[in-house]
Design a protein. Structure first.
Length: 541
């Protein structure tokens, strides 16, 4: 952080409680005014579920979804929430109940949407530069709304996969408009040197090629110029170029029905106010919709950060306060593996104490850091805080690109997630354990049974087992010749598969499936408190 940035961080005015986004506010409690998520004290959440802990406000998500409805009320549109921002199943279920479609960028994200509701597939746009044949097959079979095609090679493969299933796939070409947006270079996507999309100058040629595939239906144009963009002018310039292209495609005889404007609307991480967001959203809506007037086109929007970022916070306990010469550090139990954005983007997140009194207490300037063995392991730098070992801190605006980017670096289990609705809190993802991290690894020297050799005869010699060449050759011969395992071996393999699924399935600890199955339980914060009811019925946009 530069000296100018440091000065800004130390002197920026704190918005009043009424100005702040409503998810997290200080409220009166038995121990004084404490930070709450909706009506629940974050200290109680930390005591109940442990730290590090991601906490999300359902009310804040609903309010942001409603704000988009108001801003685009005069334009036919669908909000296709960007799953990559926060892919927790309970968050997706909530957004589906509010009429959202979904933007996915992988087969895994598509499976998450289908886990929420098979019907939700009809509101899915599939983006991404590296779709595999298997991912295409799954999306075609599910009947998604739209493929956003990003290369000529992808176009050809998708045409072949759709023909294989004899099912029509609706497509839009993602065009690269070569429009510069002021944002972090890692999340800028609209310039010719970026990997995304096809050059807008080649679009007509590729649309003509698309019409040669009998099972492809080119019905839209897609664009996305980047993320965390706070100036509406690049959006307006982009839409003008897209509308010019649509005019050309219409003249070529194509029936274009959809314009996918992507996402990208930025938010304020530093001293955010709800009024600022509403003004920004209004300007963004005007920039997108003015060129669409009287065109009869349906607008697809892909917001992610602007829907969920302000709804979340990462709760962390301070472990130690330490000083190296003139530099002071607060070491917390959360680290860069839990929240990567500060290390990756030099991103700024507000840090709030759980007790409001600590805002006015004697403060010192700290770097807030984690236990990971990296100098890049920091959550915040040069912040005025009054904190002691054991104090609870909240890293704000952590509802987007936070838990989804977490990792197991330094063999650290990933955090739990909780969704709060009013006075109720529900555990929506279990905390990982070290035992789960180790469950899939095979480096402890055991010999795998012959029946476990996969099809094709490639055993585990490449994965750490101590097999000699004769064993490898025997496995290859057996796998090719018979592949029939004894009943006992098959039963053992099934048991191992069940254990692996419990430990390693990407969705196994994510509790957004409505609570089905023996592993689901609801957490109550207070004796006598009623558990939250089932999720509302789905309706897709």
């Amino acid at each position: 952080m530069t000296s100018t940035q440091t000065k800004q961080a130390l002197t920026t005015r704190n918005p009043t409680l009424e100005e702040r986004p409503p998810a997290f506010r200080y409220r009166a409690g038995k121990d004084g005014r404490t930070l709450c998520c909706e009506a629940v004290e974050v200290e109680r959440l930390a005591q109940r579920f442990g730290t590090p802990l991601y906490v999300y406000s359902a009310a804040a998500i609903r309010e942001r979804r409603t704000a988009f409805q108001r801003a685009f009320a005069q334009q036919s549109h669908t909000v296709c929430y960007s799953v990559k921002a926060n892919s927790n199943l309970s968050v997706l279920r909530l957004l589906a109940s509010l009429g959202c479609g979904f933007d996915v960028v992988s087969g895994g994200e598509l499976q998450r949407v289908l886990r929420v509701s098979k019907a939700a597939a009809h509101g899915v746009g599939f983006s991404g530069v590296g779709k595999t044949a298997g991912e295409m097959d799954a999306a075609i079979a599910a009947g998604i709304l739209l493929f956003n095609v990003e290369s000529e090679a992808e176009l050809a493969l998708l045409g072949a996969r759709a023909a294989r299933q004899r099912k029509t796939a609706r497509i839009a070409l993602r065009v690269n408009p070569d429009v510069k947006a002021e944002t972090h270079p890692y999340i800028s996507t609209g310039l010719r040197q970026h990997k995304f999309g096809v050059p807008i100058a080649r679009a007509r040629e590729l649309y003509r090629k698309a019409t040669s595939f009998p099972y492809l239906d080119p019905v839209g144009v897609s664009v996305h110029i980047g993320s965390q963009i706070t100036d509406p002018r690049p959006f307006a310039e982009t839409m003008e170029r897209v509308m010019a292209l649509i005019g050309q495609l219409t003249a070529d005889g194509l029936n274009i029905s959809f314009v996918d404007a992507g996402g990208g609307l930025g938010i304020r991480y530093q001293s955010p106010t709800e009024a600022d967001f509403q003004r920004s959203l209004k300007a963004y809506a005007a920039a997108l919709t003015r060129p669409l007037r009287r065109m009869g086109l349906h607008l697809l929007l892909e917001p992610g950060r602007s829907i969920v970022a302000a709804s979340g916070a990462l709760l962390t306990r301070t472990l130690y306060a330490k000083q190296n010469d003139s530099k002071q550090f607060l070491v917390t139990d959360a680290a860069m593996n839990d929240l990567l954005r500060p290390a990756l983007y030099d991103a700024w997140h507000e840090v709030r104490p759980a007790r409001e009194a600590d805002l006015a207490a004697g403060q010192a300037v700290y770097d807030v850091v984690g236990p990971v063995c990296e100098s890049a392991d920091f959550l915040a730098k040069d912040r005025r805080l009054a904190a002691r070992a054991g104090d609870l801190l909240a890293i704000m605006s952590a509802g987007a690109y936070s838990m989804v980017m977490s990792s197991n670096y330094n063999s650290r289990p990933r955090a739990a997630e909780v969704l709060v609705e009013g006075s109720h809190a529900r555990l929506v993802r279990e905390r990982e354990t070290v035992e789960q991290l180790l469950a899939r690894e095979r480096g402890h020297g055991h010999r795998r049974r012959l029946a476990d050799a996969p099809v094709g005869g490639v055993g585990l010699a490449e994965r750490g087992d101590d097999l000699h060449p004769g064993e490898v050759r025997e496995r290859q011969h057996t796998a090719t010749a018979g592949r029939r395992a004894a009943p006992a071996d098959r039963r053992g393999r099934r048991r191992r598969h069940r254990r692996a699924a419990a430990a390693g399935d990407l969705l196994a600890d994510d509790r957004g499936d409505g609570g089905d199955g023996p592993r689901h339980r609801r957490a109550q914060l207070r004796p006598g408190e009623r558990p939250p009811g089932p999720s509302p019925a789905l309706r897709t946009g």
